[in-house]
Design a binder for this molecule. Structure first.
Ligand SMILES: C[S@@+](CC[C@H](N)C(=O)[O-])C[C@H]1O[C@@H](n2cnc3c(N)ncnc32)[C@H](O)[C@@H]1O
Length: 244
């Protein structure tokens, strides 16, 4: 599996993506296009696609540095965040313990700005556990959950079908699943023979339909800042599913 997500550069980018303020991502001295502002807060927006019904347990797969996991702890009594990157999980756990993390925002070349990530306010660390793990090889001892969230994960897996086939046993009957994917299939992460042969949406339907009912689909933009002058603006396809 790719170790892209172990680099210090990606750790800094994801701390910025999950925890920075709007002004830290888009400094106010520049007239940024409105679409860039609208793409902020992705880790909160994907979680907002769950229904407002109360639920006890939740799982955040491919949680990275934990932004959505903290968000889910506002609503659910027990939340587990799992990621394959040791570096991301260590950072998430550091924040859960109430420690701040200093990191660098890259401006250009060797020019950086020091920023600090901290646990989002009004989140309950005692409800959260972070674990290193592989979304394609989750142990049965993990159990099952009322809410499962996997944002921008499926097209980063070598065997995405294996992950999708595990979902029925992870989501409790009557529970909900939110999958977000920008459908950016890359051979670096997924061998082309494991890519969908048609559209990602059709493929999700085909695989999930026996066990899940599609409730809602929409697009959510997101913005990852690489340097002061280079950003990734992407559009994630968000689907919300009800476990039969
Ligand atoms: C594109 S990032 C998305 C992270 C986060 N959900 C977000 O929306 O910002 C993909 C994440 O999936 C994680 N990942 C990749 N392969 C994985 C696997 N087999 N099991 C669990 N996590 C994995 C990466 O470490 C990374 O944190």
């Amino acid at each position: 599996m790719s170790d892209t997500y172990e680099s210090s550069r990606l750790l800094d980018e994801y701390l910025l993506f999950h925890y920075a303020t709007a002004d830290e991502v888009l400094p106010p001295d520049v007239a940024w296009p409105a679409a860039m502002r609208d793409a902020l807060g992705f880790t909160r927006r994907t979680v907002s696609h769950f229904s407002k019904r109360s639920a006890a347990s939740a799982l955040d797969l491919g949680c990275a540095v934990g932004g959505s996991t903290f968000e889910m702890s506002r609503c659910y009594e027990k939340v587990i965040g799992i990621d394959f990157s040791h570096s991301f999980i260590n950072a998430a756990e550091t924040l859960r313990l109430g420690e701040n993390i200093s990191y660098q925002r890259l401006e250009e070349a060797q020019l950086t700005t020091k920023l600090v990530a901290q646990r989002p306010q009004d989140t309950d660390a005692s409800r959260i556990r972070f674990h290193h793990g592989d979304a394609m090889n989750l142990p049965t001892s993990l159990g099952s959950f009322d809410r499962v969230h996997a944002a921008n994960l499926v097209c980063r897996l070598p065997e995405p079908l294996r992950f999708l086939q595990r979902l029925p046993s992870l989501v409790n009957p009557g529970g909900e699943l939110v999958l977000a994917t920008p459908c950016t299939w890359l051979a670096e992460f997924t061998p082309p023979q494991n890519w969908p042969t048609g559209s990602t949406l059709d493929w999700l339907h085909e695989v999930l339909r026996p066990d899940f009912e599609l409730q809602h689909q929409c697009d959510e933009p997101f913005l990852i800042r690489e340097t002061a002058r280079k950003f990734q603006w992407s559009r994630s396809l968000v689907t919300t599913w009800h476990r039969k």
